[in-house]
Design a protein around this ligand. Sequence first.
Ligand code: AP5
Length: 216
Amino acid sequence: MRLVLLGPPGAGKGTQAKLLAEQFRVPQVSSGDLLREAVQRETPLGLEAKGFMERGELVPDEVLLGAIEERLAAADCYQGFILDGFPRTIAQAEALCKLLGAGKLRLDSVVSMRVPEPTLVSRLSGRRTCRNCGALYHVEFNPPRQAEVCNRCGSDLFQREDDREETIRARLQVYARQTAPLLDWYRERGRLAEIDGLGDRSEVFSRIVTCVETRG
Ligand code: AP5
């Protein structure tokens, strides 16, 4: 299972990638999580990426691509992966195609989630993430049983730095300018499935699984 999830910030890529990873027993590979971990650990990648992420801009390919290649070459990705947040530009999609092609592999599905902008803004501004296990919550749509505490592991929840309203707007603009053209790129190659990303998380999940199974 080699699947790419596309969609604007807040579309639910991370939420669905976790469910799909469990269902198909392959890892979720999130470029955002990989970068946030590097920022937190203050690695050279993190130090270079930090400013771009704080401004809601894309991290340049020369900074990010090596780390993605390394992650996809890890043993746990041999049987496949759910890519969440990568690729985000046509150049990144071409780099991925080349990387997979070198191993005589290809993507099974590219699924894009459509969600209207006001919903994206409210999903992002209420998101909370577990500092320890990465579980995702929403203060209104999926609240933890105890405020600011993870149901799964009991650790603190935090609000992402880039989930402040000003940065959310910047990220949505970056998506429209730099990532939306990627939909046409995959569509022209007959690889794109588009689904409605509105509704309950389990409904969205079923739509993605149907796409994956009918294309497989
Ligand atoms: P990244 O972490 O990838 O952020 P993003 O693409 O902006 O996406 P998000 O994680 O914000 O949203 P999501 O679609 O995963 O939604 P989620 O499931 O969390 O990237 C962050 C930054 O890193 C970028 O700005 C950039 O700087 C850099 N970066 C990353 N990848 C890069 C790349 N390839 N190239 C260059 N730079 C890169 O859901 C959001 C909220 O909604 C949650 O609270 C959730 O509980 C809730 N929710 C989800 N589904 C539903 C539902 N069905 N109903 C109600 N609520 C829901």
